[in-house]
Write a protein that binds this ligand. Sequence first.
Ligand code: CA
Length: 236
Amino acid sequence: MTQVADRLAVLVVEDEDAIRRGLCDVLSYHGYAPTGVDNGPDGLREALTNRFALVILDLMLPGLSGLDVCEQLRGALPRQAILLLTARGSEDDILAGFERGADDYVTKPFSISELLARVGALLRRSGHAPRPDGETFAFGPWRIDASSLRASCPERSVDLSPRELAIVALFVREESRIVSRRMLLQEIWGFANPERIETRTVDMQIAKLRKKIDRGGASPIETVRGAGYRFVSDTV
Ligand code: CA
């Protein structure tokens, strides 16, 4: 099986220690990079400060309710994937959650397999981790085949590493938007707090990818001075 992104960062906002720790352990075991927070204000701050592929949000939280966190988060980050944890039989909460911008919910108590299925489905829907079962997608004139790690354009085909595939998928998801080195370190390398990580790693990886997909014109991956990179499909 193709491993697309090394570790996707997931924020778990849950005040019950056993559930929070259990969730983080399960997510970590299944290849995600979880961060646990035990109250609403810290959850909101963390979600807005760092980039997470997914935010798992309990509804009953001290400080700021899960619904309020959800609403503020959705207002600030329209594309953030948000999964709510709700109590069984609380249809009103679920509806309120959807109204405030949640993408999906899991009812407590939940099984691990149910949770992982919801997490995986939501991440795929929100553009993370193309499925390794033959999914292809466009990267400008390149056709990317996630299952075989091949990129093909009219002139040639090249092999991609799993990491290069993950980077390309991230650029496609964030098309026309700036992708910072920090975001790449978090989403591709899985560093939850990449402040002290050497960003040269990122630059070297991007240089290698650019060389691979070079077609003689302007690179589809632009450097945005002082900010990071940007994929613009019509320059490919
Ligand atoms: Ca709670």
